[in-house]
Design a protein. Structure first.
Length: 261
């Protein structure tokens, strides 16, 4: 977990100003428009509530719902048609304000994160301050399918280990996506083990594996006398017929009893 936090912290420091040409512009986004060799036409402009902005010579320009590349091509074509011989136009997003994703749960700065270009999950978590030490071993993304904006959000669970191998880098975020970083799930091992205490429940953990994590059963302990105290539907129950291959559940307390002889 510490390695993941370090990776995300390094990414946060290295995040560049995005110039993604396929970013879809919206109202309140601030655009930096440069027309080379034409200083009077180089401006910072904010997209109005109606999705348009004013530009010298050509008037109102539609921006909302269009990519940066499309807007750039439109401005270039209109300047070339009536005013300039061979205009060289470059448009960048100076400030992202129209779209956001939300990062909640065990991060240092939970809340809305401005969507900057084709932002990845890892970049969004970095901008939310990176996970806290209490973060779990996975994240949950809620998003609407790109093909149907009216559809119900789809939940996708991704392990933190995939942040390390780069698989998450291929998942681009979209407006209103939500990333939830849950608190780490734990279980307890007590009784006749060498290292009793709480342990992180990272993926599927069997009772046998849990005992190994706790240093193994002592000479006084019995592998055949194990019980689990578990909360089921709000009630505390004791599971006595425990097998080594049984899976541990969040909050379980595994108690290794003393041998009878």
């Amino acid at each position: 977990m510490k390695l993941i936090v370090l990776i995300i912290a390094l990414l946060q420091m290295a995040l560049p100003r995005s110039t993604a040409s396929d970013y879809v512009v919206g109202p309140k986004d601030k655009l930096a428009v440069t027309v080379f060799d034409e200083p009077s036409l180089t401006k910072s402009l904010t997209v109005d509530g109606d999705g348009m902005f004013d530009f010298p010579l050509i008037g109102r320009v539609r921006a909302a719902g269009l990519t940066v590349r499309t807007i750039q091509d439109d401005v270039t074509a209109r300047l070339k048609r009536d005013y300039l011989v061979n205009p060289q136009v470059a448009i960048e997003i100076e400030t992202y304000r129209s779209q956001s994703v939300y990062v909640t749960g065990q991060v240092r700065l939970p809340g809305a994160v401005p969507l900057t270009g084709r932002m990845t999950v890892m970049e969004a978590i970095a901008r939310a301050g990176s996970p806290t030490p209490d973060a779990g071993s996975y994240i949950v993304i809620n998003r609407r399918p790109e093909s149907d904006a009216a559809a119900a959000p789809v939940e996708e669970r991704i392990s933190m280990s995939d942040l390390q191998n780069g698989r998450v880098q291929t998942i681009a975020l979209h407006d209103s996506d939500t990333i939830f970083v849950p608190k780490a799930e734990t279980f307890f091992v007590t009784g006749q083990v060498r290292n009793p205490g709480p342990y992180l429940l990272d993926g599927d953990v069997t009772v046998s594996r849990a005992l190994s994590m706790a240093g193994g059963v002592t000479e006084r302990g019995s592998r055949s006398r194990i019980r689990i105290t578990r909360v089921v539907d709000g009630r505390q129950v004791v599971v006595k017929d425990v097998k080594p291959e049984d899976l541990v559940k969040p909050g379980d307390s595994i108690d290794v009893l003393t041998r009878l002889f």
